[in-house]
Design a protein. Sequence first.
Length: 596
Amino acid sequence: MAAGLVAMQLYIVFILLSSLCQRLQGIEFEDLPDKDVHTGLLLQLLKRIRLERDYDTIVIYGPEPCVFHALLPQLELPTVLLTQGSSWEDWSFSSESLLLICSSDAEQERNTRTLLKLQPARRLVYLELEKQPTEVCQAYFEREQVNVAMVDSVGNLYSCRCFEQENYVQLAVNLSSSYPIYVEQFRNMRGSLIRSEPDQIGPRAMLYRDPSTGKYQMMGIAANLINTFVERVNATLKLRDDIGQGKKIYYKNIFQRVQLNLLDIAATLSSTLDMENYDYLSYPYIHSSFCFMIPMPSALEFKEIYAIIVQPLVAGVLIVLFLIFSLLYIYSEDLNWRRFSLINMLLNDRCLRGLLGHAFPMPAQPSRYLKGICMLICFASIMTTTMYESYLQAYFLRPPHEPMLRSFEDIFASRYKIALERGEASHILFKNFSLTTSNAHHAFILDDWTELLRLRDSFNASFIYPVTEIRWLSFKEQQKHFSKPVFYYSEDICMKRFLLLSLPVRRHLPYRQLFEQHILAMEEFGISKYWVTSTFHEMVRLKLTSFKDYSHPDSYEEEIFLRDLTQIFIFYLAAHLLACICFAIECGWSKIFGIK
């Protein structure tokens, strides 16, 4: 009986304690502020964002008090507070940033450099109750900032989608959700327009009409890159309505249209040469050099061949041999030096005629030493005459060329002029190479840059032209169809030996990173190199160039005219005149000096 009473008492105490604990727990949750619950929700959301893609810097736009400021002790990350809604200094961090926006209108960035750097960054906006997600997404889309998510005080999570029928989607906050908050939205642009314009200068970008559709299309090194990117992101290429085939456009004019936001990506190549701001240039697409294409040296005339085959060193060796043979011949006649004199040594007719391969009279009873000397002279004459006869025959069949130009001093000493457009002349020559009034006449300045292209494309060998290595490769391929090359690419005379070429892009292009990844992919798989090597045949197919032979081959006649023997006749007359003078001196020697 007593045991049952004790058990009943314990049961009553247990019930009372359970109800008390339940009441205390209820009191604790009722007294817990909603702020702590919301803070935990935001921390969970930030953890999910970090799991999708890591970030190491926090940027908070908006004044205090803000719900995001309370999260900073738990985040323990470097933080930039922009309470005024804009930054005073240019953004110079290379870190992955997450932008926390305290309200839908808290971000009022006015620093253009910071705006450009933080354009692709992810944004989390704290949405007011009276604001609609579609309004906020539309406002950010107008600023071309697409990586935007929103969370409100209730805990609803929204993410902006710019190419869908409704410009946002609602997502769950929990970590187990399989739907990403931020997506690469420009991987499928669903037929959206990408505005471009070709400069119509081969091999960069050339315009043609597609026979199947009747619409204008473009082709070339830069154009192919844009075409493949448009196809890759499922976009639509938009050209100007008033575009015309064959109208070459100056690259500075296209660059200006990009700066005015009239074009997204221009189908041309622009260099980093003396450019201070690279905001309007893509990642470098192709590297090249910027040198001169110089006419091939012309062949020497026949009348100059007789002089060039006599090398100074060889002529000196022959003179030394002549003097040695003269001394040996004089000594071997009587085996003494009684007949030695300076005249006999320098004007020994037997040795001279022997070395030239001519016959000369032998003494009546020559000694064996004299016979040996005469034999040496005969062998030397055979070697000399055979060598020079081979030289003459080879040079007459294929005359040698003038030396190549290796420096600007060689250009200034040559008959050629450097053809330049007036805008480039002051930058290339007068600034970089300090042309003076004494050598400025070697620059041929053209006001019309299309005339410069016409002269260069027609292989006018009267001038020297500046050209990039990319353009030279098509010229080199074209010259393979000539009877002989007309120009050569001089790597000794260059303005820039290493030049980076990029495509002009709009400054705040939202898919800039995606386009630059496409550039790297084309380079990695060798497709861009293939485009460079095949540009000439594309230009031929579009009838922008032809296989016409611009070399104008010279017809070498087999006959030698009298004008080609002018120098030989002059040398012949000079030698006869010298012989007559020597003969006159010899005849008058005894009368002048009284010697019998």
